[in-house]
Write a protein that binds this ligand. Structure first.
Ligand code: FAD
Length: 414
């Protein structure tokens, strides 16, 4: 694969862009692979990439029922942060955040990582105490965050009304190296690198059954025929319960639609990400100028990938209190993705009751930020059978009551 560079752009400009190669191949599936990954979202692609890069395993197929990155990875609001409360969470999210810092160079693909700073507003005394506690925990974990007062909040984000009316801003948890990245580019960058290593990304191919014998997976049935494998890794987010069902085991997961919307583009007015969890809404400004606004989950389990009217109304009404300038904006479009939520709001990166089958799911409303760390850890688990980063995130924690409670950091926010 030819490298992307400023020189390549100049060269192609004079050749009328006739020399660019396809970013990834569209191969016909082979009969057998060493590892099959179901789901070509960010987590599946990152798992494949680190299997090749860190463990030298490249006989890998990534099977995707739609198009790569077309699930939650291409539908999220791209917030990246690592200010979680519990130690295992801080470890994997900070690993991911640090990998984002060099991802464009590692993949030779501009993922537009923008560490513009993430601010989580404290608008009740309860939140002040909660975020101060998180700031202390983060200091012990080596994650750089700080609790800041209302004046500093106003200085960082001048368009905010910090005085009320219902919930004045009392402070905020600020992570200066948090930010955003371009979600499609993350998927495309990993896909290009995987294809370059010789891995097969098979799109428009749904896994319809998991073939088993003697407590092991032997392969999968797909809409393009049966494919055998030595190891299977299921990474299908909101479809996890369904695909685990095909493999014969159940998951403590609920699937629910999470929605987002964007406004018409306006001039640059906000250069950080702000999350207002009490009123519930969060926003950042895209490079095109649109305000990217995150809403909530539907109040009932479902598999829809659509937006709904009441969410626009609820979310915008909530945010207008703190950002009065939003009241004049027109909303351009809205959408939804199916998120996979666990009871303790922490992910599952685990072995399964089938010896050679692994599962990565439960990232719920906040897994985009975790993609590189999750891929790194999951690849290690699949290759070696254990990983320090996944040790606490096994399925057995639900049997043994070892929950990793992130309901404050991840329950409503992203
Ligand atoms: C509106 C919204 C906003 C969000 N905002 C943020 C945010 O700001 N920050 C953040 O960190 N996270 C956010 N998230 C969460 C984040 O998007 C997800 O946690 C993350 O993208 C999950 O990635 P994934 O690779 O696990 O899943 P996905 O990207 O959904 O990929 C799973 C893939 O599996 C495929 N698949 C399913 N079933 C099968 C099958 N049977 N056969 C083959 N393929 C199959 C699907 O088609 C899909 O492409 C948001 C999510 C949504 C919906």
């Amino acid at each position: 694969m030819k490298r992307y560079s400023a020189f390549a752009i100049a060269r192609e400009a004079v050749r009328f862009h006739s020399g660019w190669e396809r970013a990834w191949r569209s191969p016909t599936p082979k009969k057998k692979y060493k590892v099959i990954i179901v789901g070509a979202g960010g987590h599946g692609l990152a798992t494949a990439y680190y299997l090749g890069k860190n463990h030298g395993i490249t006989d890998v197929a990534i099977i995707e029922k739609g198009w790569l990155g077309g699930g939650n990875t291409g539908r999220n609001t791209t917030i990246i942060r690592s200010n979680y409360l519990q130690d295992p969470s801080a470890a994997i999210y900070e690993k991911a955040r640090s990998l984002y810092e060099t991802m464009s160079q590692d993949l030779n693909y501009n993922v537009m990582f923008s560490p513009r700073g993430v601010l989580m507003l404290a608008q009740t005394h309860h939140e002040v105490r909660g975020y101060q506690r998180t700031a202390y925990a983060n200091a012990l974990q080596g994650v750089k965050t700080e609790f800041i007062g209302p004046e500093r909040v106003k200085e960082i984000c001048p368009i905010m009304n910090i005085d009320g009316p219902r919930y004045p801003v009392l402070g905020g948890l600020f992570q200066a190296r948090g930010g955003t990245a371009r979600h499609d580019a993350v998927a495309w960058g990993y896909a290009r690198a995987c294809s370059d290593m010789g891995m097969d990304i098979i799109q428009q191919c749904e896994v319809t059954d998991v073939k088993r014998a003697g407590g092991q997976v032997t392969g999968v049935s797909t809409t393009k025929g049966d494919i055998d494998c030595e190891k299977l890794c299921i990474v299908v987010a909101g479809n996890s319960g369904h695909v685990a069902g095909l493999a014969g085991f159940r998951l403590p997961i609920e699937s629910v639609a999470l929605q987002a919307l964007v406004s018409e583009p306006i001039k640059p007015c906000m250069d950080i990400v702000v999350m207002a969890n009490t009123v519930h809404g969060y926003l950042s400004q895209s490079d095109k100028g649109e305000m990217v606004i995150g809403g909530g989950t539907d109040g009932y389990n479902n598999y829809t990938q659509r937006g709904s009217f009441q969410h626009v109304e609820e979310t915008v009404r909530a945010l207008v209190e703190t950002f009065p300038m939003l009241s004049r904006l027109k909303m351009l479009r809205q959408w939804g993705g199916i998120v996979d939520v666990t009871g303790d709001r922490s992910p599952i990166l685990s072995k399964t009751p089938l010896g050679n089958c692994f599962i990565n799911c439960g990232w719920g409303t906040g897994g985009f930020k975790a993609i590189p760390g999750s891929g790194w850890a999951m690849a290690e688990l699949v290759a070696k059978g254990h990983s320090p980063l996944t040790a606490e995130f096994g399925l057995d924690r639900f049997k043994e009551g070892r929950f990793i409670d992130e309901s404050v950091a991840a329950g409503v926010a992203h």
